[in-house]
Design a protein around this ligand. Structure first.
Ligand SMILES: Cc1ncc(COP(=O)(O)O)c(C=O)c1O
Length: 528
């Protein structure tokens, strides 16, 4: 068991009464117990309240329905608790680390408390640093800027671009996407064994943003360390779905994003060893990172940089963002991560079972786990698939326009992985967003993703929609505009009324109800 950070958080001299109502940071041991799932707690798995569940969106077939946000892997909805805590703090907002006023002191204390909360959430070791950044992308670029000269970097081609690209300019080796967790460990081990001595860094994902498959992080960390390499974990997709304990996983750094962890206020985290960070030039040069700046007689400038977290947090800190991330960490810990994981597995198994019953649907998988139940054990709530005879952009557009379901289609900023999964040649090119026809559009997949705030109904509606679209085709015409598939304009007034009569005024379910005069031949896409 890892040690928790002995917090050097400065206690606020005094707190505005309203802020005292903000739930106190939970003690590390309590949080950890809650994370494991409270024994004797409610057998019912909690669905954490999130914003947006009652938002209604128009359906192209007429009427409207509640929005089903099934794109958590891109950005998760805001936890109600995070929103409430941010709102409670907002009147007391002030500058951080640079003001003498009451609210500046208060905000500074809250910022540092947030750092300590994140450290506990990640099970940080005593001398680990927690840096607030903008996102996972920012965190990994920050680390890349601190890599000592001569370091060799190793990444699997299956990573998100945020984990593939920051190392450009360094001696970087891309490893082929492995076809099993064991193969991943063996491939890394073999590669590192063959490498010369010297500083090395391995960057791995915790859970794939394409397949949702969980990677053997502890085993990869052991392999890296056996060969003298350090390892950074891209936990952008793992942390919102699964406990991440930096000590238990024995990784050197962890990066994640607030907006995927129900806290979309522009903050991310890089946590881990301090040595490379302390020795590096500041990631950004500016106020906050500099202890003293002196103009010298010869025209030069003498800068003394800060140590600690401040060294890499130049500029005015995003206290609301950091506080929101901390609030999300507390909410997940206190809800009992164990129970959240269980519920998500149940939903994932249900989804995979339903998709397996539709022969036209192919779920993308790198590791190829057996039955849907087994697969759900080793995945987070992220599933990508393609549908025979459908352009994925068209399928995603129909899910949105006809069912009010928000998913993502494309290559998910993991082009090499999607190409490997879809068996395409590396010469093909694709946009990060959807393509219509040709180019990367042919490789596109649909991704459905969910989490702690997803009601069962959203997954049920999605499954029903997939079945109906595959069986009956789309009920509307679509065309491609600027690389995205969009519904054709509504017909003129008279026809629109007919169309609305043909549509149900709700997301369709069960049998296909009625044919609008404007109803197209199913699934027709035109490119304009
Ligand atoms: C696995 C993974 N890593 C990194 C990122 C980048 O995260 P952000 O866009 O928040 O920087 C993402 C975003 O989708 C991701 O899924």
């Amino acid at each position: 068991m890892s040690q928790h950070v002995a917090s050097a958080v400065p206690a606020p001299a005094f707190r505005p009464p309203a802020v005292a109502a903000v739930p106190a940071v939970s003690a590390g041991a309590d949080a950890r117990q809650a994370r494991a799932g409270a024994p004797g707690g409610s057998p019912e798995c909690p669905v954490l309240p999130v914003l947006g569940l009652d938002v209604r969106v128009p359906l192209v077939t007429g009427g409207e329905t509640t929005y089903a946000a099934l794109d958590y892997a891109a950005s998760a909805p805001v936890l109600q608790r995070v929103w409430d805590e941010v709102a409670a703090y907002a009147p007391y907002y002030g500058s951080v680390h640079r003001g003498a006023g009451y609210l500046s002191q208060h905000s500074t204390a809250l910022f540092e408390e947030s750092r300590a909360t994140v450290a506990r959430f990640l099970g940080c070791r005593e001398d680990d640093r927690v840096l607030f950044t903008r996102s996972t992308t920012d965190s990994l670029n920050l680390l890349a800027s601190a890599v000592p000269e001569g370091t060799r970097v190793y990444v699997f081609e299956s990573e998100h671009h945020a984990a593939l690209l920051p190392w450009r300019g360094l001696h970087t080796t891309w490893l082929d996407a492995p076809r099993s967790p064991e193969q991943a460990v063996a491939a890394l081990e073999e590669r590192l064994h063959a490498e010369p001595a010297g500083p090395k860094l391995v960057c791995v994902t915790g859970a794939s943003n394409v397949t949702g498959e969980i990677w053997p992080v502890r085993q990869l960390a052991d392999a890296a360390h056996r060969h003298g390499a350090l390892i950074v974990l891209d936990a952008a997709q793992l942390a919102p779905h699964h406990p991440v304990d930096i000590g238990e996983l024995d990784v050197d750094w962890v990066a994640f994003s607030g907006h995927k962890l129900y806290a979309p206020f522009g903050a991310g985290v890089l946590a881990g060893r301090s040595d490379w960070l302390d020795a590096a030039e500041p990631y950004l040069a500016g106020g906050g990172a500099s202890r003293s700046v002196v103009r010298e007689a010869d025209g030069g400038v003498e800068v003394e940089w800060q140590g600690g977290a401040a060294r890499h947090e130049a500029g005015s800190p995003n206290v609301i963002g950091a506080y929101a991330v901390a609030a999300a960490c507390r909410a997940l810990d206190e809800a009992g991560f164990g129970r959240l994981v269980e519920r998500e597995r149940t939903l994932t198994a249900r989804l995979l079972t339903a998709l397996a019953e539709v022969p036209e649907v192919e779920v993308l998988s790198l590791f190829g786990a057996g039955s849907p139940g087994e697969a759900a054990e080793s995945r987070v709530g992220v599933v990508s698939f393609v549908v025979e005879g459908w352009n994925s952009s068209h399928f995603a557009a129909a899910l949105s326009a006809e069912y009010g379901i928000g998913v993502r289609d494309g290559l998910f900023c993991a082009h090499p992985l999607v190409r490997t999964l879809r068996g395409a040649g590396s010469e093909q090119r694709g946009g990060c967003g959807a393509g219509g026809t040709g180019g990367g559009g042919d490789l596109n997949a649909v991704r459905v993703s969910f989490g702690a705030g997803t009601p069962d109904e959203h997954v049920e509606r999605f499954v029903r929609a997939v079945r109906e679209l595959v069986r009956n085709g789309a009920r509307w015409n679509y065309r491609t505009v600027d690389g995205r598939c969009v519904p054709e304009e509504r017909p003129a007034a008279g026809e629109a009324a007919d169309a609305a009569a043909g549509g149900r005024g709700e997301a369709p379910g069960g049998s296909d109800g009625g044919t609008a005069r404007s109803r197209p031949e199913p699934g027709r896409v035109t490119v304009s």
